[in-house]
Design a binder for this molecule. Structure first.
Ligand code: WT7
Length: 645
C-alpha cells in the first residue's frame, strides 16, 4: 500500500490554501517574514495599530521575543463583539452534556451578555488588569465565558484541568498568585460526578490569597458554601450590569498562563501574550482546518489543555465559527457517543487525539456504522505521534477515505501549530506532521548541535520566532532560557526527537527529555517521582515511560521501600491512590515494580536509560553499562521484571 495519500482534487479546488498557494506563501513567509505577519495581523481588530512587526532574537544571553509590541487591542472584542450584531442569534456553542439528553445552544448574543456580566462581577471582586484568575471548570459553556470575561478586563486566565487534584490546583493557584477562583459544584464524566467544589475548598485551605470563589451550578448537588467568600455564578450575573467596557491592553501584555510539566518536579507556568498569540491562533486555525463559513467545528480536548485554548476556544471564536462542546467521554453511555454527536450536529471538522482513536478502534466498526458521518470534511490529530494503524483507521473508517488528516505538531510553549499538512496543499503520509506552517523554520540537530541536512534524525528545533510562542515561564525566566534556548544557541529546542525523510516530511518520534506522553498528556517523570517519594513507606523511586497499546506511553514506577516495610498488594494500591491524590487520575502509575535498589552511576545519578529498557521488556540492549556503580542491581531488576511476565 502506498503511504502517500494525495489531496483529493475536489478538496483542493475549494481549499483556502492549495499546493501552489502553500509554496508561494511559505516562501514569502520566510523571505519577507515581517511583511507576511503584518498582513496576517490584519485579521485582528486593533485599537491602536502596531508600527513594528517583531523584535526577536534567540540568543540565550539576550533573548527577545516581541511581536506587534506597540499595538493595543482587546481579546474579547476580537472573539465576540466584532461578530455582533450580525451573528447575535446564531449559535456560537452547541453544548452536549455528559448525559445524552442534556443539550444547550449558546448564541453569540447570549455569549456576549454572559461575558459582559461576568466581567463586571470580576471587577466588583477587585480583579483588575494584569491580575490572575484561576479557572477550574468542566467542559461547559461557562468555561468559555470565564476566559472571555477575564480578558475583557485585561485579567489573565489560568485554566487548571478539572481532572487535577486539590493539591495540584493549590500549587497552581499559589504559583500564579490568583485572587479569584471560578469553579463549579461538580463536573460530570462518564456518568460519574467529579467533586470540583470539594477539591477547590480543600485547595483553598492553603491558599488564603483567594478572596472569592465564583461557583457555577452544574449539577445542583449540595456543596459547602462559604458566605462572604463564595458566590453563585447565576445570582451574581443576574445582579450585574449587562455592559462592561473592554479594557485596552498592549500586544505584549499577558493573555493567559497555562501550566505544563517539564523535566523538573515543578510544573511551569507558560505565559502567552495577547497580540501575537491571537494572530497565530486565529489565522492558523482557519487555514489548517480549512474552515469555511457554515462548517461546524469540534475539538474534543478538555479546556484545561493548550489544544483547547488555541483551537477549541480562541481559534473558532476569533473566526466567528460554531463549535460543538462535549462534556463527557467517548465511551459513555456507549462507544458510539462521539459518532452520534458528529451526526446530530453535522460536524464538518473533527479534531481529536490518537489515544482516543486507539481505544475506539478496539470496538470495531459497528459503533461507527450506526451513524451518518457524511458531514465530515477534515479530520485532525494532536498530542502525540499518531501510529500508522490508528491513522489508517481514522482515514478509512471515520473519514471514509475522503477526508484529509491534519496531524498538528505543536506544544503548550509554541502556542499554535508549527508542523502540519495543510489539508488542501500537502499530501498525507500516515503518522507524519509533515511540513512547516507559514513563517516556521524547522531545524534538525544532532546531540552536539550540528545542523543536519536532507534525510536526518535528531532533535527538533526551530529557528527564528513566530508570534504565538510563549514569552516566559512565570517567575522563572532563567528556566525558560535554560530549557528552550540554551541547549542549542540560536534555536528553540522542543524536547522532541524527529526524522526528516527524502520528501522533506517530518515525523516526530517523541520526547527525548524526562517528559513522558501519556494519552497525549504531558507528565514529568521527576514530578511523578516526587509524588511517589513523598509517601512515608518509600525510600526512593524512579519513573519511566513504557510502550502502552492505548495510552501511547504508560507510567512505570520503580519503587524502593524504606527498611522494615514489606512489599504488598495493598501498598501498591495505596501508592497508586497516593499519586492520584497528589496529581490526578491521569498520572496513575500503570506498573509499580518493587526494586530493592535502583541502578545508579558512581555520582549517584539514576540510570533511567536502563530502567526504560527493562520497562519495555528489552533485557539486552543496555548499551554501555560500565558506568553502573553496582551491576548486581541491574541483574536484580531484570529478574524481578521477568518474574512478573
Ligand atoms: C508535546 C507537547 C500540541 C498541543 C497538545 C499537547 C507531543 C503534540 C504532536 C503531534 C507528535 C506531538 C510532542 C510535544 N505532540 N502534538 N502531532 N505529533 N507529537 O501539548 O501538552 O504541550 O505537549 O506533545 O511530544 O512536545 P503539550
Amino acid at each position: 500500500m502506498s503511504d502517500l495519500f494525495p489531496v483529493p482534487p475536489d478538496f483542493a479546488a475549494r481549499a483556502h490554501v492549495d499546493a501552489a498557494a502553500y509554496e508561494n506563501l511559505y516562501g514569502r513567509s520566510l523571505d519577507d517574514n515581517q511583511g507576511f505577519w503584518r498582513e496576517q495581523a490584519g485579521f485582528l481588530d486593533w485599537i491602536k495599530p502596531f508600527t513594528k512587526v517583531s523584535d526577536t532574537r534567540f540568543d540565550p544571553d539576550d533573548l527577545r521575543i516581541r511581536w506587534f509590541a506597540d499595538g493595543t487591542l482587546n481579546a474579547s472584542v476580537n472573539c465576540i463583539d466584532r461578530h455582533l450584531p450580525a451573528k447575535a442569534d446564531l449559535p456560537a456553542i452547541l453544548w452536549e452534556g455528559d448525559a445524552s439528553d442534556e443539550r444547550r445552544t449558546v448564541t453569540w448574543g447570549q455569549l456576549s451578555d454572559r461575558v459582559n456580566r461576568l466581567a463586571n462581577v470580576l471587577k466588583s471582586l477587585g480583579v483588575a488588569k494584569g491580575d490572575v484568575v484561576t479557572i477550574y471548570l468542566p467542559v461547559i459553556p461557562e468555561a468559555f465565558v470565564a476566559m472571555m470575561a477575564c480578558v475583557r478586563i485585561g485579567a489573565v486566565h489560568s485554566v487548571v484541568f478539572s481532572g487535577f487534584s486539590a493539591e495540584a490546583l493549590a500549587n497552581r493557584i499559589a504559583d500564579a498568585g490568583a485572587k479569584v477562583l471560578i469553579t463549579a459544584d461538580e463536573g460530570k464524566r462518564g456518568g460519574r460526578a467529579v467533586p470540583l467544589k470539594r477539591n477547590a475548598d480543600e485547595a483553598l485551605t492553603s491558599q488564603p490569597g483567594v478572596a472569592h470563589v465564583v461557583v457555577v451550578r452544574r449539577t445542583g448537588a449540595p456543596v459547602p458554601f462559604s458566605p462572604g467568600r463564595d458566590l453563585w455564578y447565576e445570582d451574581a450575573l443576574a445582579a450585574a450590569q449587562p455592559w462592561c467596557e473592554p479594557v485596552e491592553v498592549g500586544a505584549e501584555d499577558p493573555l493567559f498562563i497555562l501550566y505544563t510539566s517539564g523535566s523538573t518536579g515543578k510544573p511551569k507556568g507558560l505565559v502567552h501574550t495577547t497580540g501575537g498569540y491571537l494572530v497565530h491562533a486565529g489565522t492558523s486555525w482557519k487555514t489548517i482546518f480549512d474552515w469555511h463559513p457554515g462548517d461546524v467545528f469540534w475539538c474534543t480536548a478538555d479546556v484545561g489543555w493548550v489544544t483547547a485554548h488555541t483551537y477549541k476556544i480562541y481559534g473558532p471564536l476569533l473566526n466567528g465559527a460554531t463549535s460543538v462542546l462535549f462534556e463527557g467521554v467517548p465511551t459513555w453511555p456507549d462507544s458510539s457517543r462521539w459518532w452520534s454527536i458528529i451526526e446530530r450536529y453535522r460536524v464538518a471538522i473533527f479534531y481529536t487525539a490518537p489515544t482516543a482513536l486507539r481505544s475506539l478502534m478496539r470496538e470495531g466498526e459497528g459503533p461507527v456504522r450506526r451513524h451518518d458521518l457524511s458531514s465530515l470534511r477534515v479530520l485532525g490529530s494532536v498530542g502525540e505521534p499518531i501510529n500508522p494503524e490508528a491513522w489508517r483507521w481514522y482515514h478509512s473508517v471515520i473519514g471514509a477515505g475522503r477526508c484529509p488528516i491534519v496531524d498538528t505538531y505543536w506544544q503548550t510553549e509554541t502556542g499554535a501549530v508549527l508542523l502540519v499538512p495543510i489539508p488542501g496543499a500537502i499530501p498525507n503520509k500516515p503518522g507524519m506532521a509533515a511540513k512547516p506552517y507559514f513563517g516556521i523554520r524547522p531545524v534538525v540537530v544532532d546531540a552536539q548541535g550540528n545542523r543536519l541536512d536532507g534525510v536526518a534524525e535528531g532533535n527538533m528545533c526551530f529557528e527564528g520566532s513566530w508570534p504565538g510562542q510563549a514569552r516566559t515561564i512565570l517567575h522563572d525566566h532563567e528556566r525558560f532560557i535554560r530549557t528552550y534556548f540554551a541547549p542549542y544557541p540560536g534555536l528553540f529546542f522542543t524536547g522532541d526527537g524527529v526524522r526528516r525523510d527524502e520528501d522533506g516530511y517530518y515525523r516526530i518520534s517523541g520526547r527525548v527529555d524526562d517528559v513522558i506522553n501519556v494519552s497525549g498528556h504531558r507528565l514529568g517523570t521527576v514530578e511523578l517521582e516526587s509524588a511517589i517519594s513523598s509517601h512515608r513507606a518509600v525510600a526512593e523511586s524512579a519513573v519511566v515511560g513504557f510502550p502502552h497499546d492505548l495510552k501511547g506511553q504508560g507510567v512505570f514506577a520503580y519503587v524502593t521501600l524504606k527498611d522494615g516495610i514489606t512489599e504488598s498488594e495493598e501498598l501498591r494500591k495505596e501508592l497508586v491512590a497516593w499519586v492520584r491524590a497528589r496529581i490526578g487520575p491521569i498520572a496513575s502509575p500503570d506498573v509499580i515494580q518493587w526494586a530493592p535498589a535502583l541502578p545508579k552511576n558512581r555520582a549517584g545519578k539514576i540510570l533511567r536509560r536502563i530502567l526504560a529498557k527493562v520497562a519495555a521488556n528489552d533485557f539486552e540492549n543496555f548499551g554501555d553499562t560500565s558506568t553502573v556503580a553496582d551491576p548486581a542491581v541491574v541483574g536484580d531488576i531484570v529478574q524481578s521484571r521477568k518474574d512478573t511476565l
